[in-house]
Design a binder for this molecule. Structure first.
Ligand code: PHE
Length: 451
């Protein structure tokens, strides 16, 4: 079997984890959800949910991962031998591969849009050539499939490099650039004439919009955004060296993730308002609305908006890639360690699986749009299966495992590096893991059932 690798120092851990956390969830999902759900008021609830509910799950996963030094299935086999916990491991190996399958379809869209931006297709053109492009593109057969294929291939290419030379190197190189790029776009966006409305929209808390549903969607957003419940943080956690501080890794990742989401909001919403477009554009915001905005801005100084468009879609692509590798690695670590496969073979198998399921998801916008599962298209069905059910279930199980199955002293040993660090914070973290996070997840479940 190939030797197990580890991440380098503290910064490498945080950048790799932040790479997993920061993705389409921040750039594509957060701005419109925040906008729809009460702006600043939603953001406050989201930040609270990230720290009180999501972070304890994050800690649970890193505790299991680092203590076992194994992939998700191996961890359960080692720490609870001969029990049904193994099935939780299996579930959390399969679910990220399903998430990756449809995630890479959207990742593929960003590949296509980057090409278009590079070809200056979004600037200085008649607006009817842009309108309808998105729906024409996603419902066609070959183009989105090709884009999805490119995205999976890029992901696989990074994974082939291994933990240190692939995942760590790529995250370390791209994450600082990503922050820089999003700040550049946010500043540009805020400086546009008429941008004020967008800033108000994001920040002015409208508490009248806060309801049980808002709280559930804030939790769901925090969950998805921190990559929880699908074994990715567990697997990355297994690459954290024994001397690192788990509290610092978790808090650092959460702060990076939240800041990036808010920056993405500032990159997008002011531009939307400046262009006089209704912010309720929903999930189509990034891919349908923004090209219009780039084009409109380009009417005055075309090359600036062309450059902004390129930077913007490049940012989305890179952010999506650093998340995609974290999902990919879960399956690869499992195949390598449990099935004795080489990294190459494991990468090929995971890639093929995700490519095939992703193919169906991609086609479900076009030729397969008539196929419905529980009244939903294949893409929507898999998305709701994972986001609403498998992810919270995985998260719940990880907190129950750490809070109730492991002994308190084992948990304390792992979290405090044998009582050297974080000794004062531990009782609070343990309380959150044992009681608060599981109750929060059950509330998400119930609201998914009832709302
Ligand atoms: N957190 C990633 C995002 O915000 C998505 C993700 C989910 C990544 C689950 C890994 C696992 O886009």
């Amino acid at each position: 079997m190939e030797k197990r690798e580890n991440f380098g120092g503290r910064l490498s851990v945080i950048l790799a984890m932040a790479g997993s956390a920061i993705g389409l969830g921040n750039i594509w999902r957060f701005p419109y959800v925040a906008g729809e759900q009460g702006g600043g008021a939603f953001i406050i609830v989201y930040i609270l949910a990230s720290f009180i509910l999501a972070l304890p799950i994050f800690f649970s996963e890193t505790i299991i991962g680092r203590r076992s030094g194994s992939n998700a299935v191996g961890a359960m086999k080692k720490m609870a031998p001969g029990t049904r916990w193994k099935w939780i491991g299996i579930m959390t190996v399969i679910s990220p591969m399903i998430v990756l399958s449809y995630y890479s379809v959207v990742g593929g869209w960003s590949v296509e849009y980057l090409f278009k931006a590079l070809a200056f297709d979004f600037t200085g053109v008649p607006s009817d050539s842009i309108s309808g492009f998105f729906s024409r593109f996603i419902s066609s057969t070959w183009e989105p499939v090709l884009a999805h294929t490119i995205f999976i291939a890029l992901t696989a290419g990074i994974i082939l490099g291994g933990v240190k030379k692939g995942i760590e190197k790529f995250s370390k190189l791209t994450m600082p650039i990503l922050f820089l790029l999003i700040v550049v776009i946010a500043v540009y966006s805020i400086c546009l004439p008429g941008a004020r409305g967008g800033v108000d929209y994001l920040l002015k808390p409208d508490f009248s919009k806060i309801s049980a549903g808002t709280i559930a969607s804030a939790m769901g957003q925090a969950f998805f955004s921190l990559s929880l419940g699908v074994g990715t943080i567990l697997t990355y956690g297994s690459y954290i060296r024994k001397q690192e501080n788990l509290m610092v890794s978790g808090v650092g990742t959460a702060v990076a993730d939240i800041s990036f989401a808010i920056l993405a909001g500032f990159a997008i919403m002011p531009a939307v308002f400046a262009a006089g477009i209704q912010p309720g554009a929903g999930p189509g915001l990034v891919f349908e609305t923004l090209p219009f905005i780039f084009n409109k801005m380009g009417a005055r100084i075309p090359w600036i908006s062309a450059v902004v468009a390129i930077i913007f879609f490049l940012t989305i692509l890179v952010a999506a890639l650093t998340s995609a590798i974290s999902m990919f690695e879960v399956g690869v670590a499992y195949l390598m360690e449990e099935k004795g496969k080489s990294r190459k073979k494991a990468t090929l198998q995971v890639g093929l699986f995700c490519w095939v399921i992703g193919l169906l998801c991609s086609l479900s916008f076009g030729p397969l749009s008539g196929v419905h599962i529980f009244g939903k298209s294949i893409f929507d069905f898999l998305d709701s299966l994972c986001s609403n059910w498998l992810m919270p279930l995985g998260g719940l199980m990880f907190t129950l495992f750490v809070g109730w199955k492991m002994s308190r002293s084992d948990v304390e040993d792992e979290f405090t590096n044998h009582r050297k660090l974080n000794r004062r914070g531990f009782p609070l973290v343990y309380f959150l893991i044992r009681y608060i996070a599981p109750v929060g997840i059950v509330i998400v479940f119930l609201s998914n059932l009832l709302l």
